[in-house]
Ligand binder design. Structure first.
Ligand code: FAD
Ligand code: UDP
Length: 374
């Protein structure tokens, strides 16, 4: 065995495929009973394709990543749209990210684009320097919109105030003065036609790849003879939490099939920033385009305990990660890759790009002293 790869998500599967194509023998293990990591999808009892671990919409500006994955799937064009309901009693929905429609509907105005820009210029609270997510939001839209759309959602999602999170978290959400109501503006916005799991099945289908699901590293790692390890689980777990636990935010997913309802909500996702214990409801048929008499939804309930889903970006956590990163850098034959191992709030395409880069390094330079993936 040349390389043991821990994790069959985007990080592990992409690395495995690249090494396998370069002629290396690879063993991929995952402690879950399935492949595809958090992108895993399946038919639910009602026959609707659902994402087990919450909605996954593929979007990227990277032609390289898009073309790479296109070898393993055909795509369906899909532009995600999100509405936010800041007050569940009235139930009035507003486009999210905030755009011209959001402003005009909320404040009873009829502004054109320039008018919205002027309005936001008056509303915003300029901050300098911009460090936290609170700085980002106040600096772009001001306090009223911050309280209506961001503070409550963020508190629920992260268990922290906006001011306790790095700016990059809220900066994922742009502010628009036009009518564009798409959640993403990337050049490629698509969904795999047969789903993510089917795409992963093809990605991992190579004579040099052996796959064992339901297999945890802690149970089998010591007994597997290999030259190298590529680890895509939580980095602090790999090192036995020796500097303390890196915080990861978790979610509880409540899946629901409605047999008698063909459309529950008008768009893929509706956010509830200020009411309910869940942050958002996603209706999968919008994402997948699947025709079905019924429909299936997922509600996301953020939790502190449970499987790790999100690194929590703030200075204290980044400092703790740096301690683990220093251990990783001293490794010569262990490589850390992916959202949990690199402790970065990566989207799927960024993980694929990072895995392609790591594989390139492993193929080009068989013995590498500096082990942490860039
Ligand atoms: P993972 O998918 O987490 O894979 C790691 C794998 O390693 C897991 O399967 C785990 O079981 C396994 N593992 C861990 N430890 C061990 C061990 N000790 N032994 C064996 N196996 C182990 N990205 C987007 O681009 N668009 C979206 O719309 C989007 N939506 C998201 C919604 C939610 C709710 C979440 C949580 C994430 C979302 N993402 C989205 C991010 C996306 O899920 C990640 O970028 C991507 O799945 C990360 O891939 P990965 O391989 O790094 O990690
Ligand atoms: N956010 C918010 N209100 C919203 C949507 C997002 O406050 O209606 C903030 C919140 O902190 C969230 C972050 O922006 O965690 C990033 O949102 P995104 O939709 O990208 O989160 P993900 O899909 O990764 O959970």
């Amino acid at each position: 065995m040349d390389t043991l790869i821990v994790g069959a998500g985007f990080a592990g599967a992409t690395t495995a495929r690249e090494l396998a194509e370069a002629g290396q023998k690879v063993l991929v293990i995952d402690k879950r009973p399935h492949i595809a990591g958090n992108a895993y999808d399946r038919l639910d009892d009602g026959g609707v394709l659902v994402h087990e671990y919450g909605p996954h919409i593929f979007h990227t500006n990277s032609e390289k990543v898009f073309e790479y994955l296109s070898r393993f799937t055909a795509w369906r064009a899909y532009e995600h749209r999100v509405l936010a309901v800041p007050d569940a009693r009235t139930g009035v929905p507003y486009p999210m990210p905030i755009n011209r429609t959001t402003i005009n509907r909320l404040y009873g105005l009829n502004l054109d684009e320039a008018g919205v820009a002027d309005f936001l210029a008056r509303m915003r609270e300029p901050r300098e320097p911009i460090k936290t997510s609170e700085d980002v939001v106040l600096n772009s839209v001001g306090r009223d919109l911050c309280e209506k759309f961001f503070r409550g959602y963020t508190r629920k999602q992260w268990g922290l105030d906006l001011s306790e999170l790095a700016g990059g978290v809220a900066a994922r959400i742009p502010t628009r003065t036009n009518d564009d109501d798409r959640y993403f503006t990337d050049r490629f916005q698509v969904m795999p036609v047969d789903g993510y799991t089917a795409m992963f099945r093809r990605l991992l289908d190579h004579p040099n790849i052996e796959l064992r699901t339901g297999t945890a590293y802690e149970d089998v790692g010591a007994g597997i003879d290999r030259r190298r390890t590529v680890f895509s689980g939580p980095i602090d777990e790999y090192y036995g939490h020796r500097f303390g636990r890196l915080p990861y935010r978790s979610l509880r997913f409540e899946h629901l099939h409605l047999a008698q309802c063909s459309e529950f909500q008008p768009v893929g996702t509706v956010n509830y920033p200020n009411d309910h214990a869940y942050t958002r409801i996603t209706e999968f048929k919008h994402l997948t385009g699947q025709p079905h008499r019924g429909t299936s939804l997922v509600r996301e309930y953020p939790t502190a305990e449970g499987d790790p889903y999100y690194p929590i970006p703030n200075p204290a956590n980044e400092a703790l990660f740096k301690q683990y990163e220093a251990l990783a850098e001293a490794e010569t034959e262990v490589f850390f890759i992916g959202r949990l191992a690199q402790y970065r709030y990566y989207n799927m395409d960024q993980v694929v790009a990072a895995a392609l880069a790591l594989a390139r390094r492993l193929i080009d330079a068989p013995v590498v002293a500096n082990a942490l993936a860039e």
